[in-house]
Design a protein around this ligand. Structure first.
Ligand code: GTP
Ligand code: MG
Length: 328
């Protein structure tokens, strides 16, 4: 009888291929302004990737936030809240950005503020998503720490939209309607967030990581810094004024332990300059120190921040400026 040859020892697998069932994919996070999209992404990733404020339409860019775990990776696309009165050029760019974000993703998460009556934009998003053919749909009822003022209405609205579509097109319901999952969370208290994170990771397709594992966002650093500064203005200014502001980081020098930043705060008209600076410079000083504190926490370096307020007439109608700021 032939003597059996010992099997050759199999070579050690490189670390990334030895991980079992690694999953990675993209999730578009959409919804009406102020629903809590950015807050939820920050809670899911455990990082302050996107800015948050009580002012509607805080997010102006498409911000990618990357969650990496041993199970895999989820890339979230934070989008500007769609605004149905979007006549201004900036609004139109933001709406377009949000709408196109759902193309080619694995999951679309529609975030809805459950504590207020459904906004017109929620109806709009549901109608749009009722035609979704590829991505799985997850409808998230956020702010469940607040009294429920819309949960039942929202489910009825979705059913109504699906029935209407079926009646008008003769196609058996909307392609994704049967697959819609509803979840309740609070981005504020963290309720339901761990479960949602696990569920999202497990629903990603199997495959290698899409981004290096130590990256939390690929949003350009200068734009991210500008956004942190803008967030502080959004917390202090009221009515239309926040929407008239943009922040551009003109200069950034990254030394080992200290970053030197000069940022320009654009306002649209001369009359707005005084309000942004505040009496005796109070608003500007407060924004500068709050932003510097946040930037120190995020980047772990000492921050020397200078803010200059500039009147850039109707910057929000200037395509080149919108492009420079990443809004177009
Ligand atoms: N009570 C409560 N407030 C929340 C919750 N999630 C977000 N918020 C608040 O809702 C407001 C809007 O939150 P954002 O995360 O900026 O909302 P958004 O959907 O990203 O808004 P836009 O970028 O303007 O479209 C902020 O004041 C948040 O603190 C929540 O679960 N509970
Ligand atoms: Mg946002």
């Amino acid at each position: 009888m032939d003597e059996q040859l010992p099997l050759p020892e199999s070579p050690a697998l490189p670390p990334e291929t030895s991980l079992p069932n690694l999953r990675a994919g993209m999730v578009a996070v959409v919804g009406a302004a102020n629903a809590g999209k950015s807050s939820l992404i920050n809670a899911l990733t455990g990082e302050k990737v996107s800015i948050v404020s009580p002012v509607a339409q805080t997010t102006r860019n498409l911000v990618r936030a990357i969650l990496t775990e041993e199970r895999g990776q989820v890339v979230f696309l934070d989008t500007p809240g769609v605004h149905s009165h979007g006549k201004k050029q900036l609004n139109q760019h933001m709406n377009k950005m949000a709408r196109t974000s759902t193309e080619g993703v694995d999951v679309v998460m529609l975030i809805i503020d459950r504590s207020v009556k459904p906004a017109l934009e929620v109806d709009g998003w549901m109608r749009r998503l009722s035609g979704e053919k590829e991505a799985s749909l997850l409808f998230i009822l956020n702010k469940c720490d607040q009294p429920d003022r819309a949960g039942a209405d929202l489910k009825a609205l979705w059913q109504h939209i699906c029935d209407e579509k079926k009646r008008d097109t003769g196609i058996p319901a909307c392609p994704s309607s049967e697959r819609v999952e509803w979840r309740e969370v609070s981005a504020e208290t963290g309720e339901g967030v761990d479960e949602l994170r696990s569920e999202l990771l497990l629903s990603m397709p199997e495959g290698p990581l899409l981004f290096p594992e130590d990256i939390v966002s690929d949003f350009p650093r200068k734009l991210a810094i500008g956004d942190v500064i803008r967030e502080k203005f959004f917390h202090r200014l009221h009515q239309e004024l926040p929407h008239s502001i943009a922040v551009w980081v003109e200069y950034l020098q990254e030394q080992d332990k200290k970053w030197i930043i000069e940022a320009h705060v654009y306002v649209r008209q001369n009359s707005q300059k005084g309000m942004v600076i505040g009496s005796k410079g109070r608003v500007l000083k407060a924004v500068r120190s709050e932003a510097a504190r946040d930037l120190h926490d995020i980047y772990g370096v000492e921050i020397k921040l200078t803010l200059l307020v500039k009147v850039v007439k109707d910057w929000d109608k200037n395509f080149w400026i919108l492009r420079k700021l990443g809004y177009a």
